[in-house]
Ligand binder design. Sequence first.
Ligand SMILES: *[C@@H]1O[C@H](CO)[C@@H](O)[C@H](O)[C@H]1NC(C)=O
Ligand SMILES: *[C@@H]1O[C@H](CO)[C@@H](O)[C@H](O)[C@H]1NC(C)=O
Ligand SMILES: *[C@@H]1O[C@H](CO)[C@@H](O)[C@H](O)[C@H]1NC(C)=O
Length: 509
Amino acid sequence: MGRSTHLFLLGLLASASPFVSAQSYGSLSPASPGFSVGSGSGSGSGSSSGSSGSSVAASSSQSTIDLAAIGLHTLAKANGLLFFGTATDTNLFNDTAYMQIVNDRNMFGILVPENSQKWQPTEPTQNDFQFANPDRVHSVATANQQMLRCHTLTWFQQLPTFVTTTAWTRATLTAAIQAHIANVVGHFRGACYSWDVVNEALNDNGTFRNSVFFETLGTDFLPISFLAAAQADPNARLYYNDFNIEFDNNKTAAALSIVKLVRAAGGRVDGVGFQGHMTTGQTPSRAAMSAVFRKFTALNLEVAITELDVRQTSLPPTPAQEAQQATDYVSMVGGCLDVEGCVGVVTWEYTDRYSWIPSTFPGTGAACLFDENLVPKPAYTAVASVLAAKATGVPASATIAGIGAGLTGFVASSSSSSSSVANSNNNNGQNVGSTVSSGSNTKANIPAAEFIGNFGGSPGLIPASSVSATSTTNTGSGSSSATGSSSIGNSNGGNSNTGDSNGGGSYGY
Ligand SMILES: *[C@@H]1O[C@H](CO)[C@@H](O)[C@H](O)[C@H]1NC(C)=O
Ligand SMILES: *[C@@H]1O[C@H](CO)[C@@H](O)[C@H](O)[C@H]1NC(C)=O
Ligand SMILES: *[C@@H]1O[C@H](CO)[C@@H](O)[C@H](O)[C@H]1NC(C)=O
């Protein structure tokens, strides 16, 4: 994966320039429903008419974009990360205000089924496979042109009764793991950017957890799982995923050993997921975090923050607690930004409305970037700002002005908009040429070309001087193959791929 500040921006500019001038993008920015631009409110109208490629209808003519309101994924991409995303699941799909933000690909470029892909729901009784719910998550991601992180295969929790009660032998449990993985990974073959193949195999002191898997198979359950996953989807990135490995302790060392153990047995491990279930005031510094990440990337692994939240230990949080939480979020995201090979960040629900924390750790909570009313917190502002600062070279403080107004507009105006924006850029170096309009409102999906066309040079915006392209930067293997015929349908083809080794769309979304 290539990481270079500005590469994304340069690639977009280069790919966009043959089609439309920056000036003409200026009229397009508010087409994304609900995105507040500058101090105004989003007021997109019109309709998408493209059946392939993209079409954008817009009615307003703002010339600047509040950088921090662009969305975390777009900002992450501007840093060369592959994604900023969130966990979600089908039990929440009836909450339209919540889904408005889930569906916003500028905010979240990758989704993770929070529960529905686990062993219990996917194979509740042996050899009876159920995929209706995770298929719906996949469908949402597909419609939004978002990627999918798939989660999880061999884990000691949320297991069906047959796994926990059968009197397994070494041979029968091996076969059961292999069958589960072959079916589940096989079903989603091509759809998953990555799979969390083994989850939480370790105790906090770094010894192996006494799961049914470890008791029956010893550490062999690890290579058994990774070998089966590699066979079922040769292109999905295969991850070991765990929590409390952020502190450079015995558990961190044990996670490194797991990678070596699986590889020594002939298995493929591509990445390690740092769940990032952190606590306010007890989170490593940005420098400490990046140092831990580098221990893993030194093994030719990618890393990602896969389940980020930072919980408050007393509620409701004071302003000081909120400020500390913002610092802690920035330490995590900044630590990732600072490490070549950290590919992205996923939050474990973006809103306190649906966080798992209060029920699991009573008395704690308020752990997410958005509060229960879907209003972004200081932590959101801080994360958006650190991403913007890194991408543009402007100080983080410069991007903070206006974010409150921008995001209030973003949330509030979303339900009244009827515009549709079809964005042909799937961020994988492929122009997929499909529209995403449906229903009365689609999503705030600013085409990348607009993003470039609207920098204004004002405080809080990408300064024009920071975007200066001389050549395209597509070093991935992706190719642009848009079939759209609208004016900007082809504006972002393969050039936006910053050369990650997964370029060329070897995964579905
Ligand atoms: C969604 O459905 C669930 C279960 O049917 C229900 O408890 C919840 O209140 C619904 N949420 C909304 C926003 O309608
Ligand atoms: C870490 O492991 C070492 C031995 O490898 C042991 O001496 C030490 O007590 C362990 N620390 C913790 C906190 O478990
Ligand atoms: C490590 O933690 C596990 C689980 O809490 C415990 O059972 C085990 O005794 C611990 N081992 C050591 C060496 O501390």
